[in-house]
Design a protein around this ligand. Structure first.
Ligand code: HEM
Ligand code: NAG
Ligand code: NAG
Length: 330
């Protein structure tokens, strides 16, 4: 009998890591986590951010993206915020982040204000999650409750940043696989891509579409020719790599469903946007639904943001609460 229960315990211990894939580890997070330890937290984040976004609306987009680039690399653990130092090689150098990830100074400013009110209490990972929500809300998007209680990583992963974050010229299948590896599904992919209703992309992120999409010297046939001609003006064959273009050229500073309407008109900017309507019937169907029904888009988007925010958080005594988001404590 004793042997049998010992065997069972061992068996459970052995298989439990398999049950907790990345997607299910957010269960420990909850919105009230700082209610007693830092009751002013959400007010502080909101007030700093409101001021910043009023001055520079694009910052809302940049900060929303930072949370994504944090969560897809070893979970939402503030890893993306670390600068290089000692054995740490910063994710800021990765292909998806180099010359493009921004907003780190804003996170520093929010963290400093939070530290003043509640020293050594609130993680940088949670500040990123709250900032992503408030950024969305400040530019007209939906509201949602943000589960909290993440802790900060002790290291970064440059290779994780390069491999796990989808590239704009990845195939539909590759991008979906990268989402599935994080416990996210097709609905999450289509809904979260709706983030591209705000913000900018550099010429270098979509130039391939304008000149040589599939190696045959031809532009991407799925891109509206008039729009392609306009884009080529400021995105030449060579040079102008850093020139910026609105991801949603219709309402670039408003969080709405016009991104999906653009896709249906062959006016998505990135190849990774366009493939949502050309490579998969289920994905195409969702794009149509969101284009017709902003409410449904908002509903799916908020659910998917919570799912993304739940990817593999550090909780309990794992990780630490960083004092400064750019470096580990000791
Ligand atoms: C589905 C796969 C995705 C791909 C391939 C992708 C790729 C990109 C690329 C290439 C840019 C432009 C970067 C530049 O040239 O500077 C960009 C911008 C952006 N992405 Fe994504 N992205 C994806 C999903 C997401 C998700 C899930 C979110 C948020 C939840 C997001 C939020 C944003 C935002 C807000 C911007 C504008 C940033 C700014 O203006 O600073 N993206 N993305
Ligand atoms: C995607 O873009 C990268 C960087 O510009 C390039 O090296 C790679 O060859 C492209 N991949 C495809 C399949 O076109
Ligand atoms: C297009 O790309 C292919 C391979 O990626 C290359 O061999 C070819 O020279 C390019 N053509 C033009 C016109 O740039």
């Amino acid at each position: 009998m004793a042997n049998k229960s010992l065997f069972l315990s061992l068996l459970i211990l052995a298989i439990s890591p398999l049950c907790f894939s990345e997607k299910s580890q957010g269960g420990n997070l909850y919105p009230q986590f700082y209610d007693h330890s830092c009751p002013k937290l959400e007010d502080i984040v909101w007030s700093v951010l409101a001021k910043v976004v009023a001055k520079e609306p694009r910052m809302a987009a940049s900060l929303l993206r930072l949370h994504f680039h944090d969560c897809f690399v070893k979970g939402c653990d503030g890893g993306v915020l670390l600068d290089s130092s000692g054995s740490i090689v910063s994710e800021k150098r990765s292909n998806p982040n180099r010359n493009s990830a921004r907003g780190f100074e804003v996170i520093d400013e929010i963290k400093a204000a939070v530290e003043k009110a509640c020293p050594e209490t609130v993680s940088c990972a949670d500040i990123l999650a709250l900032t992503a929500r408030d950024s969305t809300l400040l530019v007209g998007g939906p509201n949602w409750e943000v589960p909290l209680g993440r802790r900060d990583s002790l290291d970064a992963s440059l290779s994780g940043s390069n491999y796990n974050i989808p590239a704009p010229n990845n195939t539909f299948q590759t991008i979906l696989t990268k989402f599935k590896l994080k416990g996210l599904d097709l609905v999450d992919l289509v809904a979260l891509s709706g983030s591209h209703t705000i913000g900018d992309a550099r010429c270098t992120s979509f130039r391939q579409r304008l000149y040589n999409q599939s190696g045959n010297g031809q532009p991407d046939k799925t891109l509206n020719p008039a729009m392609a001609a306009v884009l080529r003006n400021r995105c030449p064959r060579s040079g102008g790599d850093q020139n910026l273009f609105n991801l949603d050229h219709v309402t670039p500073f408003k969080f709405d469903n016009s991104y999906y309407k653009n896709l249906l008109a062959n006016k998505g900017l990135l190849s990774s946007d366009e493939i949502l309507v050309s490579q998969n019937a289920d994905s195409m169907k969702l794009v149509k639904q969101y284009a017709e029904n902003n409410h449904l888009f908002f509903q799916h988007f908020t659910q998917s943001m919570v799912k993304m925010g739940n990817i593999a958080p550090l909780t309990g005594s794992r990780g630490e609460i960083r004092r400064v988001c750019r470096r580990v404590n000791h």
